[in-house]
Design a protein around this ligand. Structure first.
Ligand code: PLP
Length: 402
């Protein structure tokens, strides 16, 4: 065992179970371990590194801004924040934005905004507002958010939880309609569930959901922290079905794979309810994150990364589906958000990921059975050909070692 891993076991909380590899460097879609071995990154830090590691334009933006100002707090105006917010609002069809740092904070912001709107606009009796969420959701790790989770692993021993959430099955519009009462202010949902195992809802679901929300005066809040910014072959996953939601949550790739940067976006009617003192974050909207985020958005557009995600995603999906292995139960995905479900009687997804490390591919399972394929959006056909071949080899070796 690498001494770094021993040291980590000694000093770090054991809240993750990483693969036994110590990375010291990354460039583009590649990562190198501390022995100099090269790997293809099929994980992109849970979609945070959509631009690839160390994108030269993002590093340049980082360096340039770092010399000017990095963190100001919101006590003063920075010359970087407003242009960044304008850009992301125009790209997403949203009216206004509130910048935060991590995904969970942006989700918390959405929850506060939805409740505020519920009381002030929808006139829900005080402290009665409810938010509907989907089973299998992943919205982050704060106590309120894990309270809204259906996953025991995320919740165990962290209660008591914030009340006011109703859980319904994912991808089921009828269940949404049935769950709505006059006290419901919002439906908070991922358009495609990432952590649950790349779960794609039935076609037409989101369109129907929007209709139901409109009819019942319920805010549709989409958590696109993972699915947004090109990951699914559209700039935002909602574009596959609708023009825009009422509110949108972004994170992960918004920081260009360099910094934590997240955002809650909404129509005016919602965002205007925030007043000075009602919400905030010391680092939210800091000029360094704004400058890097702005360049991250420019790169997405100017380097056609959304198009590439669609094209390479299709290629990878077809390539993975063409693998003839008894270990594979299902291959599903959209754009470069792809999951391969492994039959548990043969191997766990974790065992497959460990085998892939030997083959020079780094990725991580979601839950017990799904191997994730979510490379940086800059990935090329040539690299994907290698990934498909190496994955095929890994499955064959696993099959004959069982
Ligand atoms: C990762 C993720 C979050 C949480 O983001 P953090 O930055 O880890 O707090 C929330 N929602 C979705 C859909 C995510 O994938």
């Amino acid at each position: 065992m690498d001494p770094i891993i021993d040291k980590e076991m000694a000093y770090s909380a054991y809240n993750y179970h990483p693969l036994p590899v110590v990375i010291s460097r990354g460039k583009g879609v590649y990562l190198w371990d501390n022995a100099g071995n090269r790997y293809i990154d099929m994980m992109s830090a849970y979609s945070a590194v959509s631009h690839g590691h160390g994108h030269p334009r993002l590093l340049a933006a980082l360096e340039k801004q770092a010399k000017n100002s990095c963190v100001l707090s919101r006590a003063f105006h920075s010359d970087r924040m407003a242009p960044f917010l304008e850009k992301i609002c125009k790209m997403s069809n949203m009216d206004m934005a509130l910048p935060m740092n991590t995904g969970a904070e942006a989700v918390e912001t959405a929850i506060k905004a939805a409740r505020m709107w519920g009381y002030q606009v929808k006139k829900i009796p005080h402290n009665k507002a409810k938010i509907i969420v989907a089973t299998g959701n992943f919205h982050g790790r704060t106590t309120t958010i894990v309270g809204a989770s259906s996953d025991e692993e995320y919740r165990k021993d962290f209660g008591p939880f914030t009340p006011g959430f109703i859980k319904i099955p994912f991808g089921n519009a009828k269940a949404l309609e049935k769950a709505i009462t006059p006290e419901v202010c919002a439906f908070l949902v991922e358009p495609i569930q990432g952590e649950a195992g790349i779960i794609i809802p039935p076609a037409g679901w989101l369109k129907q959901v929007q209709k139901i929300c409109k009819k019942n005066n319920v805010l549709l809040i989409l958590d696109e922290i993972q699915s947004g910014l090109g990951r699914t072959g559209k700039m935002f996953a909602f574009e596959h079905e609708i023009k825009k939601p009422d509110c949108l949550i972004l994170g992960k790739a918004l920081g260009g794979g360099i910094l934590p940067s997240s955002m809650f976006l909404a129509k005016k009617e919602v965002m205007r309810l925030f007043t000075p003192g009602s919400h905030g974050s010391t680092f939210g909207g800091n000029p360094l994150a704004a400058a890097v985020g702005m360049e991250a958005l420019n790169v997405l557009v100017e380097e056609n990364l959304v198009e590439n995600s669609k094209k390479q995603g299709q290629y990878l999906l077809e390539g993975l589906r063409a693998i003839d292995s008894p270990l594979i139960k299902d291959v599903r995905g959209i754009g470069l958000m792809i999951g391969v479900e492994i039959k548990p009687e043969y191997a766990s997804a974790r065992q497959v990921c460990e085998k892939l490390v030997e083959k020079g591919i780094l990725t991580k399972e979601t839950h017990e059975t799904v191997v994730r394929f979510a490379p940086p959006l800059i990935v090329t056909k040539n690299i994907l050909d290698q990934v498909i071949d190496l994955f095929d080899e890994a499955l064959v070796e696993l099959q004959f070692s069982i």
